[in-house]
Design a protein around this ligand. Sequence first.
Ligand code: EPU
Length: 421
Amino acid sequence: MYLNINNDKIHSGEIDILGAKNSALGIIAASVILDGDITLYNIPDLYDIHVMIEALKQIGFNVFFKNNTLKITGEANNFILSNESLSSIRGSYYFYSSLLAKFFHVSSFLPGGCNLGARPINYHLEGFASLGCDYVIFDNHIEIITQELHPNDIHLPFPSVGATINLIILASTILGVTHIYNPALEPEVLDLINFLNHAGAKISIKENYIEIMGVTKLKGIKYKIIPDRIESGSYMLLALTKTFSSISLNNTNYKHLEEVIKTIKNIGGIVRLNKNKITVISPKKITPINITSGVYPKFPTDLIQILAAILSDSYYPSTITDTIFENRYSYLKELKKLNIDVKYNFPSYQVSSSHIFNSAKLICSDLRGAFSLFTSCFLTHGHFQIQNVDFIFRGYNSFLDNLKKMNVSFSLGCSTDNLLF
Ligand code: EPU
């Protein structure tokens, strides 16, 4: 699908932020190990979530999803996940730990997700092995099995979000004490811990490790997912473009966005905070900066591409470095179509521009890169086309409704009726 944007005015708007996709993925999979009915609130209505819901149904649960509320009843009765769509999303690997905890066995697809580099899962598998599991990988499949799970001390080579979540889920029902050293402590990880602790788990965060005291039973609960800090941050950065005056976000949590807010202020934007509401006011001109992404609480890798689009709108170059993924660059060749100058010095690059073109056809190839290209269409007035816009729908709830709320003129089409260009 493509999105035509006719950017002929100054925009502003107020939108609602939903629950964090990356939090919901772990929590939905972790629901497998709870006994009793579960209700999850603030669940975003996104493709990845629907894939997880289908998987829950396939393994035996009754699932009802309406108005961002997910009700899960019944219980799992098998450990084989044969739905191939699981290989199109990253979060499907959270079922490895929950099904292992429940059945001592899981058979599934390898995870997919955006192409940001190799994205191995060795930390997950080494962690599972140290808790007593064996695994075999063949074609696009994985089978993990255990005779007996046991607690252990696990040292992660890097604070991986996915590996930390998977190991917490598995360890939470292994009797004894498991420690995860060098864990990821992103808000999404803390949300999973909070969810499991509400259900009866005993998980605590120490100075440089997470301690999990296994319990025999976790009970069904009602739980509200935290607001999506990456969705919030994306719109906050969009507000900095020349053709926006301001954007206000409701139902968000500024405490998860401290580094993003600091960066926006450094660039020249104004940020107003009021309880669960954030308003960002566009600067008159962009102040160039040097920025490096890092693990939380540093600037998130998921926002670095969108930030790059903003920083391009300056004659003076900004230097950007992504330390998390080795291949989050494919969108840069698209930004060049707008006459944005990109100088590579991997893993860093510089962006600048003396005159941004007012028309271009931009092709998306990953979720956050897609939002970056979308953002670049607001650096100047003109007509733009975003191809493969479906990538944006994968991570941004009610995206088209939000465009209407921000008074953006657009039309949506499929590739065969590409009339504008
Ligand atoms: N890594 C390994 N081996 C592993 C696991 C990770 O080498 O076993 C490496 C990765 O290749 C990467 C780094 O460690 O270089 C960090 O990866 P991490 O495991 O933290 O990332 P992830 O769990 O695959 C999640 C989010 C990403 C987000 C990153 C970093 C989900 C489903 N995905 O990915 O979100 O960028 O954490 O915060 O939670 C997105 O939403 O667009 C997205 C890509």
